[in-house]
Design a protein around this ligand. Structure first.
Ligand code: IMP
Ligand code: MG
Length: 339
């Protein structure tokens, strides 16, 4: 029974939703804490439906999982209630008393402020809500009538689960390059997105974590403003099958080849113990739907080996298609990095 932190590597959209939903089904995750806020959309394919979750943890796919939103999160009440209904989880979701609230004026400020616009924010109001929290004038979840049925002490629940040897996932949002501290400032989000921050937002101390899973995508995408090393023209991205639109805002994602230096840095700062590499089937179409490593073409195996060498952690989970179970799971048989 383990506590795993799942963290993004680049500018988000690496497929954390898919990886977390896989862990939920495969490991029967007992408790999941989602951190961050409504600006991130985690895509989950489940029972023929596609969900773009902005608030509800991606482990909802496993009916036995207690779903928690941590004290470091910022709650968009309308979006939360909508997703709770869509996913049918009202009896097993909890919101920390001290999570703070995004109010309509925060979203308005995010959309209308010319500086925030120039950064290409998602417009959900997260940055202005975080400012309010830092000013110590934010409204908290415990003060909101609609949230009363869900209120809980997340740190207490999750630490009790760890004490009882339950399987726990801390679901991070965005990627390290969007971190307020470690990312491409000022073109970043309004909080730290590192594995340590995911623990802090959940109320879990570093010594209680067993695994840190950094999620890479086989190529890089970015929405919003700011430099993207090796950025491809849109036509080339379309040609390669790398062109994507954002799950949350529908904006076009810019794309670039995998960056080994950034991958190394992300693994280091997260303190990764292992990695997931998603969308390997987009780089190597014959990898599609593979569920064992030896079904992969040699080029894909070589790419995975290069990522392992650059990051010094084993790539234990390989994504080969959009479904939660389109995964090669090597957690029991990985090769360790010797460099
Ligand atoms: P904000 O987080 O809405 O303030 O936006 C700041 C920057 O982070 C913008 O470049 C956004 O596109 C980016 N961003 C925020 N959340 C996500 C995400 O979940 N995926 C990708 N980019 C994101
Ligand atoms: Mg996303």
């Amino acid at each position: 029974m383990v506590c795993t932190v799942v963290a993004g590597s680049f500018w988000g959209d690496e497929g954390k939703g898919k990886v977390v939903s896989y862990l939920a089904l495969k490991d029967k995750v007992d408790v999941c804490v989602r951190t961050g806020s409504v600006n991130a959309a985690h895509t989950v394919h489940h029972q023929g439906r596609r969900y773009a979750l902005h608030m509800v943890p991606s482990t909802f796919v496993y009916g036995g999982c207690r779903l928690l939103i941590g004290p470091g999160a910022n709650i968009h009440i309308h979006q939360l209630l909508k997703e709770v209904q869509e996913t049918g989880v009202k009896d097993r979701i909890g919101v920390d008393n001290q999570a703070s609230i995004i109010e309509p004026h925060h979203s308005a400020a995010d959309k209308n402020d010319s500086y925030l616009k120039s950064l290409g924010t998602t417009g959900w109001g997260v940055g202005p809500a975080v400012q309010e929290r830092a000013k110590r004038s934010a409204k908290l979840a415990k003060d909101v009538r609609e949230l009363k049925p869900f209120l809980t002490d997340v740190a207490e629940e999750v630490n009790t689960a760890i004490d009882a040897d339950k399987t726990v996932v801390l679901e991070g949002t965005q990627g390290l390059m969007l971190s307020l501290y470690h990312g491409s400032y000022p073109y970043v989000t309004s909080r730290d997105t590192s594995a340590a921050a995911i623990c802090s937002e959940s109320g879990v101390g570093p010594s209680r974590v067993d695994r840190v899973l950094v999620v890479y995508k086989a190529f890089i995408t970015r929405v919003g403003a700011g430099d993207l090393p090796g950025e491809l023209p849109k036509e080339e991205a379309l040609h390669k099958g790398w062109f994507e639109t954002a799950a949350g805002t529908g904006r076009e994602r810019r794309s670039a080849p995998f960056n080994f230096d950034l991958a190394r840095r992300a693994a280091k700062i997260h303190g990764a113990t292992e990695s997931a590499i998603t969308k390997i089937d987009i780089l190597y179409p014959s990898a599609k739907n593979a569920t064992s490593f030896n079904q992969l073409p040699t080029e894909a195996m070589d790419f995975i080996a290069q990522v392992e060498e650059a990051t010094c952690v084993p790539a234990t989970i390989i994504g080969t298609g959009p479904g939660a179970l389109d995964i090669i799971d090597r957690r029991n048989s990985f090769s360790t990095c010797t460099s």
